[in-house]
Design a protein around this ligand. Structure first.
Ligand SMILES: Nc1ncnc2c1ncn2[C@@H]1O[C@H](COP(=O)(O)OP(=O)(O)OP(=O)(O)O)[C@@H](O)[C@H]1O
Length: 238
């Protein structure tokens, strides 16, 4: 087993009923890497994220997290091993920013909690100034940041996100990208499923899903040099 891979999907087949949505996905993510998973509506991006975190069972294939086969592990077991999932559904509007972050610290030692809070507040200083405010008072972009901050409380090795841009205006998308850029190269791998190509600013590698299959996988530079893909996603000649 190659320890450089923090996450490895081999021949992953999964879906919601008897008919698979993902048809044999192979994908490796190395530590410190930011992988952006692109694809059109219905391509299978969310299904892939749900399968990685353990919300959907594997029909075939395997998933390794930090060298361990986690295919049969439940979500909480994967999270305990170093996987985190950013979801805005995990942000509770009637709780304060601080209380939301503390929910992400479940099971941590008190001294670790202090360190984790310091890191999250230093990454997202606008949350720090509003610790006591209800999450419901945050803007859409700030709510996403709180979701990311909450996921970071467990100090994950692999952070996965499903469309962090959804529902955000271009200005807030910029804000989220700027905040995520402070996370790149901090020893964590990030897997970001997106339709918004602005997220390529963050990525080292790109994976394109079409009809539940990987149609491209390579460096961001390679992706940008692929005229057909470039045109398909940017709508312009490469
Ligand atoms: N809960 C579900 N039950 C049955 N089929 C589903 C379910 N969720 C998604 N699908 C189907 O799985 C396929 C892939 O959907 P998925 O949500 O993974 O795509 P996506 O690439 O994330 O798209 P989008 O960008 O629109 O969110 C689609 O055909 C969709 O209809």
């Amino acid at each position: 087993m190659d320890s450089r891979f923090v996450l490895r999907l081999s021949n992953v087949v999964s879906g919601y009923s008897d008919l698979p949505v993902l048809w044999g996905i192979d994908l490796d993510v190395t530590e410190n890497e930011t992988l952006v998973v692109l694809g059109a509506n219905g391509a299978g991006k969310s299904t892939m994220i749900k399968t990685i975190i353990g919300e959907l069972p594997l029909k075939e294939g395997s998933i390794e997290l930090l060298g361990e086969d986690v295919g049969k592990y439940k979500i909480h077991q994967r999270i305990g091993m170093g996987l985190a999932y950013m979801s805005e559904l995990g942000v509770f509007p009637t709780l304060s920013i601080h209380e939301n972050l503390m929910l992400g610290a479940y099971g941590l030692k008190r001294s670790d909690v202090r360190h984790r809070l310091e890191e999250v507040y230093s990454l997202f200083s606008e949350l720090k100034g509003r610790k006591g405010d209800l999450a419901s008072s945050l803007s859409g972009g700030q709510r996403k940041l709180l979701g990311i901050g909450k996921a970071l409380m467990s100090n994950p090795k692999v952070l996965v996100m499903d469309e962090p841009s959804s529902g955000l205006s271009p200005l807030y998308v910029k804000e989220v990208i700027a905040s995520l850029s402070t996370l790149t190269g901090t020893g964590r791998a990030m897997v970001i499923a997106e339709q918004n190509v602005s997220f390529l600013q963050l990525s080292n590698r790109v994976c394109v899903i079409e009809g539940g299959r990987v149609s491209f996988e390579g460096s961001t530079t390679e992706f940008e040099n692929q005229e057909v893909l470039h045109k398909a996603f940017f709508g312009i000649e490469g």
